[in-house]
Ligand binder design. Sequence first.
Ligand code: PHE
Length: 330
Amino acid sequence: MKDWLKKIKASLSLQELEDIRVDLLGKKGVLTQQFAKMKTIPNEQKKEFAQNLNKQKSDINQEIENQKTILMAQALQKELEATKIDVTKFTPDSATAAYHPVMDTMDKIIRYFQNLNFAVEDGPLVEDDFHNFEALNLPAYHPARDMQDTFYCKDSMVLRTHTSPVQIRTMQNSKPPIRMIAPGTVFRKDFDITHTPMFHQIEGLVVEKDGVVSFANLKFVMEEFLTYMFGDVDVRFRPSFFPFTEPSAEVDISCIFCNGKGCRVCSHTGWLEVLGCGIVDKNVFDAVEYKNVSGYAFGLGIERFAMLIHKIGDLRSLFESDIRLLGQFR
Ligand code: PHE
């Protein structure tokens, strides 16, 4: 008996333990055979014999249960160790997450202007008419409101059609001088290969005492910025119109696909339009009650920059969350 208990204690696996159990208590087991002897035992000894056997049986069962518990705990421990994951381990080829190309481009632009001491400002996505249009020299009757296909909400609120309202909010909340950018989401009713109803812009605004900044400063900052973003490109300023700037310009870079020779992407012009800018219109300063100041402003679409930098053909693909596209930006 003692030997069996020792054997049980020494068993190293659940299988070995089960084999021992069968050897003892199975159909032909050692103990089972002892029980079978019962009928050959004289009546007066039966009771003692049976008690003894039952005691042995329960001792063995008890020992088997104990050993089972120990072995199961060991097996679990082994399994845990084998399948342990070290979440701090660095694996260079593991599938890591990546920044979306739009956010990556936005970050790069933000960092560029932060280095030039521009503060990063913010404003609401649902704007009132005053900030989105009126204060930006776009009165209700103004035909230039048609340039922007606006989503209207209740109570003459709109989904902001550009980041320019943040210019107004920032000037209302602080005194000049101002040197800010405003990155963010904007909305226009438009959907084709170069337009999506939601996209991102970065606005820039510099305001100084009258006479401190000029168009030349704007031109220099834009040229430096575009060279930083696109490398060795030519930069061209074209006269244009925005209600909130006067004079206004649209800025082109020489086509980065054909080096200005002319191709399908630049419609064979050799140039790609990348941003709008100008000297802040006096009516805008009047709307925020700024006096004796001058400044410049610029605005650009981040998706357009991301598409040019990564040579992406269809703007809509940036918003489809297709892992095959996103995986390329790791
Ligand atoms: N808000 C203009 C647009 O969305 C861009 C712009 C900003 C132009 C600032 C000039 C100055 O098209």
